[in-house]
Design a protein around this ligand. Structure first.
Ligand SMILES: NC(=O)c1ccc[n+]([C@@H]2O[C@H](COP(=O)([O-])OP(=O)(O)OC[C@H]3O[C@@H](n4cnc5c(N)ncnc54)[C@H](OP(=O)(O)O)[C@@H]3O)[C@@H](O)[C@H]2O)c1
Length: 241
């Protein structure tokens, strides 16, 4: 029987590369995002095993659309990849609150709602949950984005602890600087790019496939005994911790 994966933020960048990798591994893949046209392009790129659900996964009213798309099948892999660095005016306490809520909603609540909604459908044993954090969680520099991604670490460890006995693994992938996505759109300069490359030990930026390859390992036979881990894929910019 064909295995099923759900990838949030699967229309662009890291999520799209991950969805493509999973389709190549033989999974049916449901990609989720807020822009229907972006998802439609990604489905064409991924191929016939992909379908799309247009939903904001940080909105409790929209997440059930993903459960409907699963249509009672067992979910083998859930990749909680949707997220964003959200800036804002922190000149007032209202501004601070709005920016923190936005970052926590985008990066934490999104994963919590999706995981909670799909939990009854995850394959037991064998289901795999992956959370997409960031190097910003481990070295700061992103304000509420750093804090939100760090919250995913605690959440991932808790999922691993509570679900291990049911045969479900949960791990966090923490990417370093990755190009070829929309993440830095309008925010990156040549100097900023170079500084990030120089800060890595391997002297290059990451690409979405670097992260997809880590997912391939985690969801394949090599990942069977791996749970409750923060897996750094960052070219050595931050050393293991
Ligand atoms: N690029 C990097 O250097 C880097 C480094 C560390 C961590 N990360 C993390 O890696 C993940 C993927 O980032 P990326 O680099 O591939 O950037 P990206 O191209 O901006 O991907 C983010 C994807 O998530 C979707 N998304 C965002 N919020 C959503 C929501 N509420 N509901 C549904 N979909 C949502 C976006 O599509 P819509 O806008 O259409 O919804 C988009 O397809 C993010 O969690 C990011 O924080 C990235």
């Amino acid at each position: 029987m064909t295995r099923l994966a759900v990838v949030t933020g699967g229309g662009t960048g890291i999520g799209k590369a991950t969805a493509g990798m999973l389709a190549g591994e033989g999974f049916d893949v449901i990609i989720v995002g807020r822009r229907a046209e972006v998802l439609a392009d990604a489905v064409k790129w991924i191929g016939p095993q992909a379908t799309a659900v247009t939903a904001d996964v940080s909105d409790p009213a929209q997440v059930p659309a993903v459960v409907e798309a699963v249509a009672g099948r067992a979910v083998d892999v859930l990749v909680n990849n949707a997220g964003a660095y959200i800036s804002g005016d922190e000149g007032t306490l209202d501004g601070v609150a709005a920016r923190w809520h936005a970052n926590l909603d985008s990066n934490v609540l999104s994963a919590v709602l999706m995981t909670t909604a799909l939990l009854p459908h995850l394959r037991r044993p064998g289901g795999k949950i992956i959370l997409t954090s960031s190097i910003a969680a481990q070295r700061g520099g992103g304000g509420p984005y750093s804090a939100a991604k760090a919250a995913l670490h605690g959440y991932g460890l808790d999922l691993a602890t509570s679900l291990g006995a049911e045969g479900i693994t949960a791990n966090v992938i923490s990417p370093g600087y990755v190009t070829d996505s929309e993440f830095f759109d309008g925010r990156m300069t040549p100097e900023g790019h170079q500084a990030r490359v120089d800060a890595s030990l391997v002297k290059r930026a990451g690409v979405p496939d670097d992260i997809a390859e880590a997912v391939r390992w985690l969801v394949g036979p090599g990942g069977g005994f791996v749970t409750g881990q923060i897996i750094n894929v960052n070219g050595g910019t931050v050393l293991g911790r």
